[in-house]
Design a protein around this ligand. Structure first.
Ligand code: N01
Length: 507
């Protein structure tokens, strides 16, 4: 894997404020896609600010054992940068990160990335129609367009459990896996049974002494397609790219079809029947089976895929605890019945900070006079197609509110959002515009539509998930097909924006 390369002209940054057309925050799939398409559109005056030391985002951070994407890689990759060599349907994080590194090099993006560049403040100036972005080290950038490609899930959530500070053993979060720590023959307590835990637990179970799994809510789990691509298939994909594209299309259509049981929750029961059969087949112990059976409709929380998770509970050293945690002591975790579970290490598979803050980012962000995103989104995050936010002109977001998916690849969403943003940037140039700001009424009516569509879907069927704010409003999921999202974005309504041209007249 390539190490970080610092090639941005740091002299420019050191001398004062660096002026650029576009600032992109984040060098994960979203930020890199944005950069590639900006270059293709002939816009090379941009900077990518990355708070970490390498590109990759999620796939740089999540390196826990068994980490993999639960969308097939032929689909979870750029449509314009196919890879005939994926080893299997769902390869591990290493292969995905290698793909990201290769793509970064192929499109010569490294010179655009400023590493260890954490944004602390971003302010829009109405007079100049530009963004002033301040970094942790005090450097500043002045940009016409400000693009957030930061991804919603990156701030680890560690629950505030009584006694945690008294724990004397090792503790770490799944997204900050300590590879130096040898789990072999250790007593391990793991908290949480979401997407990450379901992947790492079966990997560590065979090597640890004891594994106490604390589950708060069981998840629906479906089988994972473990097939590898044969050398013949890879050769075929390489020699005949059309075959690879057809394969990708088939995966896309299959995944897309899964949206219907989710939107029409009455159909979810058939899906749930399959998941229940899968559980019944793998877990014969009726008490254990009952503990692992979710009480909510499938799809309401993210559906997990694993062939190894349920069988893991047959191992003698693995214990499932559903009683909740009473407290943590120096060398153990005590469940609500008072039973002590020995712990040399505690692993947190407890997910990420998940309230509207996931879209606010952990820095100060101000727009038109009086607009502060932390105030505006205090009660909940709203945007227009997840991309534009009223009061924050020339700011665009990738995978913003209500554009995450429960059924298909978010890379598809990113690519469509990038296309939309490029069109907006070009329109600004065409109009010699100062700034464009989404009309508040357009944003409000768009969001009313979204909430209306969410009614009757499985996401509104009564479970609690990170898709919801505290008042139950779903601010995360796109409630429809991705094709529809694409169609609506392609039919861009420029009149939905207030355009301010250089002479300060509203067009
Ligand atoms: O986090 P999660 P994750 N005490 O929020 C439990 C994506 N992802 O890191 O359900 C006890 O899903 C919590 O319990 P409950 C994917 O979008 C993608 O696993 O809230 N338990 C839950 O079981 C996913 O949605 C891939 O009752 C506590 C778990 O911790 C997102 O990342 C792979 C607790 C958290 O599960 C996050 O996944 C992995 C507490 N105080 C993840 N607090 C792909 O393959 C929380 N929990 C693409």
């Amino acid at each position: 894997m390539n190490s970080k390369i610092k090639t941005v002209d740091e002299n420019v940054l050191n001398k004062g404020i660096r002026k650029t057309k576009v600032v992109i925050v984040g060098a994960g799939f979203g930020g890199l896609c944005m950069a590639i398409k900006l270059k293709e559109a002939g816009i090379t005056d941009f900077v990518i600010l990355e708070k970490g030391g390498d590109v990759g985002g999620t796939w740089r951070d999540n390196t826990y054992p068994g980490a993999a994407c639960d969308v097939q890689s032929h689909l979870y990759s750029f449509s314009f940068e196919g890879n005939p060599d994926w080893s299997m349907r769902y390869p591990g994080w290493e292969e995905i990160q290698e793909y990201i590194q290769r793509t970064t090099d192929k499109y010569a993006l490294r010179s655009y990335v400023q590493y260890d560049a954490e944004v602390t403040v971003s302010e829009f100036n109405e007079q100049t129609g530009r963004w002033l972005v301040t970094l942790k080290d005090g450097k500043q950038l002045d940009a016409q367009h400000f693009i957030l490609a930061t991804g919603p899930l990156h701030v680890p959530s560690i629950p505030n459990i009584p006694g945690l500070s008294t724990f004397k053993g090792k503790q770490f979060h799944s997204a900050q896996w300590d590879h130096e720590f040898d789990l072999k023959d250790k007593n391990i307590v793991s908290i949480g049974t979401g997407g990450s835990a379901v992947q790492y637990l079966p990997e560590i179970a065979p090597i640890v002494k004891t594994l106490s799994v604390f589950q708060r809510t069981p998840a629906w789990v479906l089988p994972r397609d473990m097939r590898h691509y044969s050398d013949f298939e890879k050769k075929l994909f390489k020699s005949f790219p059309l075959m690879r594209r057809l394969h990708r299309m088939r995966l896309f259509v299959t995944n897309e079809s899964r949206v219907f049981p989710i939107i029409y929750s009455r159909f979810a029961k058939s899906f749930q029947f399959l998941a229940k059969a899968f559980l019944n087949m793998q877990i014969k112990d009726t008490v254990l089976r009952e503990k692992l059976t979710p009480k909510y409709t499938i799809g309401c929380k993210r559906v997990l895929i694993s062939n190894k998770y349920y069988p893991m509970f047959k191992q003698d050293n693995v214990d499932l605890i559903t009683l909740g945690i009473k407290e943590i002591r120096a060398h153990s975790v005590v469940d609500c019945s008072g039973k002590e579970h020995p712990a040399d290490a505690i692993l947190f598979g407890t997910g990420f900070v998940t309230d509207p803050r996931i879209y606010m980012k952990d820095f100060k962000l101000t727009g038109l006079p009086g607009r502060d995103i932390h105030e505006d989104w205090k009660e909940g995050a709203e945007a227009y197609y997840g991309i534009s936010v009223t009061g924050y002109p020339n700011m665009f977001q990738l995978l913003g509110p209500n554009t995450a998916l429960g059924h298909n690849s978010v890379i598809f969403m990113i690519e469509n959002q990038v296309e939309y943003i490029i069109k907006c940037i070009k329109k600004m140039d065409e109009k010699d515009g100062k700034y464009m700001d989404i009309n508040a009424d357009e944003q409000a009516s768009f969001n009313e539509g979204i909430q209306h569509k969410l009614k009757g879907t499985v996401w509104s069927s009564g479970c609690q998930s990170w898709y919801q704010q505290s008042n139950g409003k779903n601010f995360v999921i796109w409630p429809g097909t991705t094709i529809r999202y694409q169609r609506e974005l392609r039919n861009i309504n420029y009149d939905a924006y207030n355009w301010v041209v250089r002479e300060n007249t509203v067009a």
